[in-house]
Design a protein around this ligand. Structure first.
Ligand SMILES: NC(=O)c1ccc[n+]([C@@H]2O[C@H](COP(=O)([O-])OP(=O)(O)OC[C@H]3O[C@@H](n4cnc5c(N)ncnc54)[C@H](O)[C@@H]3O)[C@@H](O)[C@H]2O)c1
Ligand SMILES: [Zn+2]
Length: 348
């Protein structure tokens, strides 16, 4: 097992990697007084992993309840959260009861928002089961839901008490979802870690073969970077956490223009990272060689680099102006200046 601490003074918490679902019960028993656990997941993940998780929880003496939300971003809504409140009241959840988010980013965001708001906050444990959730969404405390008007428009910063990562859950994850998470993985290399970027370049073969050893290293390194950024700029106020949005400003626009159907989040971010790199090179901030290296790695992993002709740059810029990250009408965009370093530029 490997451990990283997200340092946030009294709200600090560990991210534990190489853990097993079966052992979470024993770990929690030593650290929490409540005996009540509320697991939030979706039907598919329940079928795959509830057995392994609940066996350990029950053995440790916990009273386990489970509730499911239908699968998909479409259900990342206030309506789903409302159903969770109703279930919670039914089973008499109290302020010390533990909420476990078992799933990908959608479950993590909804369950996190529920935990943040029900009775003004219950202890939350994130158990991510997608690569994206392991390297990104389960760490850092952003929780929330979508509105018809846009993604993640309602939410709260609410840190979990623990992130418990069992890498064996990746075995059942579809290849497209692995690629989806790899987009965020590549992002970490570009924004902050040249050596990690080179490591990814050298290991494309093993990544594609889903080698468990490689994923252990990847998840560890990404969580380390994310934990470091979050501990220095938890609420995205100091310009540091903002760099995690690399590829996302273009990416969000691409997702919206594709009606959230055409491209997955990771695919849209890949296209966005490539567009930002091209823009940076065009402005003379990034070398042509650097830009090419970024493009090559994205492509080798099997992610797209272009949004084809149907999505025009101008249309994307208009869309970007509606993004949350706009300040005083100016678009703030993260641009790489070399591999391992980015800057934020304002564009009007
Ligand atoms: N809070 C944050 O900081 C943050 C960061 C990035 C993304 N997000 C959010 O995360 C969401 C995307 O997360 P995601 O990519 O994990 O998508 P997801 O949660 O929709 O999961 C993708 C698919 O994989 C399935 N799945 C999950 N684990 C599985 C497993 N082990 N085996 C087989 N199938 C499995 C899910 O049921 C789903 O169908 C978006 O809503 C995004 O806004 C949040
Ligand atoms: Zn992302």
């Amino acid at each position: 097992m490997r451990k990283i601490i997200v340092k946030l003074s009294e709200r600090s918490y560990p991210v534990i990697m190489g853990a097993r679902l079966e052992n979470l019960g024993a770990y929690l028993k030593k650290r929490f007084v409540s005996k009540k656990i509320f697991i939030i997941t979706n039907p598919g993940i329940k079928r795959l992993y509830f057995g392994r998780l609940s066996v350990g929880l029950r053995k440790a003496g916990f009273d386990v309840s489970i509730v499911t939300i239908a699968d998909g971003e479409r259900f990342k809504t206030l309506r789903s959260v409302n159903n969770l409140y109703k279930q919670a009241i039914k089973i008499k959840l109290d302020r010390r009861s533990i909420v476990i988010a078992l799933g990908g980013g959608v479950i993590g965001d909804v369950a996190g928002f529920f935990a943040a708001t029900y009775m003004r906050g219950l202890p939350l444990v994130q158990v991510p089961t997608t690569l994206l959730a392991m390297v990104d969404s389960s760490v850092g405390g952003k929780t929330g839901v979508d509105l018809p008007e846009g993604k993640n428009l309602v939410g709260s910063f609410y840190q979990p008490k623990l992130v418990w990562i069992d890498l064996s859950t990746l075995k059942t994850l579809p290849t497209r979802q692995i690629r989806n998470g790899m987009s965020e993985v590549i992002k970490y290399g570009i924004i902050k870690d040249k050596a990690f970027f080179s490591f990814l370049e050298k290991n494309v073969g093993l990544i594609k073969k889903l080698d468990p050893g490689i994923f252990e290293k990847i998840v560890f390194n990404c969580c380390k970077i994310k934990a470091d950024v979050v501990s220095k700029d938890e609420r995205e106020e100091k310009g540091l956490r903002e760099m995690l949005n690399f590829g996302h400003t273009f990416g969000h626009a691409i997702e919206v223009l594709g009606g959230y159907q055409k491209y997955s989040h990771g695919e849209a971010v890949s296209i966005g990272m490539n567009m930002a790199s091209e823009l940076s090179a065009k402005r003379g901030l990034l070398s042509a060689a650097g830009m090419k290296q970024i493009k090559n790695l994205i492509q080798k992993i099997g992610l797209p680099i272009t949004s084809a002709k149907e999505i025009k740059f101008k249309k994307i810029l208009d869309m970007m102006k509606r993004d949350k990250k706009v300040r005083d009408g100016k678009i703030r965009i993260v641009l790489p200046i070399k591999i391992g370093k980015v800057i934020v530029k304002e564009m009007t």
